[in-house]
Design a protein around this ligand. Structure first.
Ligand SMILES: [Zn+2]
Length: 259
């Protein structure tokens, strides 16, 4: 029993070391990948905005055409009515036509006004487009430079990272599925990517809370997998304390002797 648990813990620890190395590589890249992603998303947003502005302008322009046609029609009618007014037979007819003319003049004014309003709106949108264009240009520049930085950093560590990823796959196969799943979850949850730790100076190597002596003994025994009661990390071992105790004979040799 002890040997299987010990083996499991050793395999986990190997996996953890590989993962920690990958973690360090990623840390060097820092927030760059995220920043690049954010900028790309932002730019998509700004470009969509630009398209919407153009659509709006098109719609407004179509409406302007429409309004202008209506003005032309109204003016035609006004002219027609005025001609008719010349040939009326009585005052009643004259007044009726005068009313029609008045209505058409009102329409003509309204449509002209609407057309002008649309022209103003279009100018406003063109202003917005200009501002957005400038933002897009600036953000694109920043994106370009950040992408470049990221490429340089990535290519520098690429070989190393590829190697580690391959090692990780191999090391993962040596850990049973359920344990691997728990481990992966822990790695994800912990800020420093540490899931498997050793007890160091009587404290958890992950969260630095004190681990009581009795528990340390259990951890050393490796009869079962023991988790930190504070952070949930897996304890792989206890690093022997180098304090002035009587030197005990059994230290490192034990694991080798067992094999
Ligand atoms: Zn802990």
């Amino acid at each position: 029993m002890k040997r299987t648990i010990e083996k499991k813990l050793n395999n986990l620890l190997k996996l953890q070391i590989i993962d920690s190395n990958i973690y360090e590589i990623k840390k060097v890249r820092g927030a760059l990948p995220e920043e690049v992603q954010d900028l790309e998303d932002e730019l998509i947003g700004y470009n969509t905005r630009q398209e919407k502005y153009n659509d709006e302008i098109n719609n407004l322009q179509q409406d302007i055409e429409d309004f202008k046609n209506k003005v032309v029609n109204a003016n035609k009618l006004i002219k027609k009515y005025k001609d008719q007014q010349m040939n009326v037979r009585n005052n009643r007819e004259f007044d009726a036509i005068a009313k029609e003319i008045e209505l058409q003049e009102l329409d003509s004014k309204i449509f002209q006004k609407k057309s002008n309003e649309n022209e103003i709106k279009i100018e406003e949108i063109k202003g917005e487009i200009k501002v957005t264009k400038k933002i897009i240009k600036e953000k694109t520049e920043i994106l370009k430079s950040k992408k470049n930085d990221l490429d340089v950093l990535s290519s520098e560590s690429k070989v190393e990272e590829d190697k580690l990823v391959k090692e990780k796959i191999k090391a993962s196969k040596r850990v049973e599925n359920s344990l691997l799943l728990g481990y992966e979850k822990l790695v994800e949850r912990q800020r420093n990517g540490l899931a498997v730790v050793k007890v160091k100076r009587n404290a958890c190597g992950g969260c630095f809370n004190i681990v009581p002596p009795q528990r340390q003994t259990e951890i050393k025994e490796k009869k079962k997998i023991i988790l930190c009661e504070y952070c949930g990390r897996i304890f792989a071992d206890v690093i022997a304390e180098q304090i002035k105790k009587k030197p005990i004979k059994r230290t490192k040799k034990i694991s080798k002797a067992k094999k």
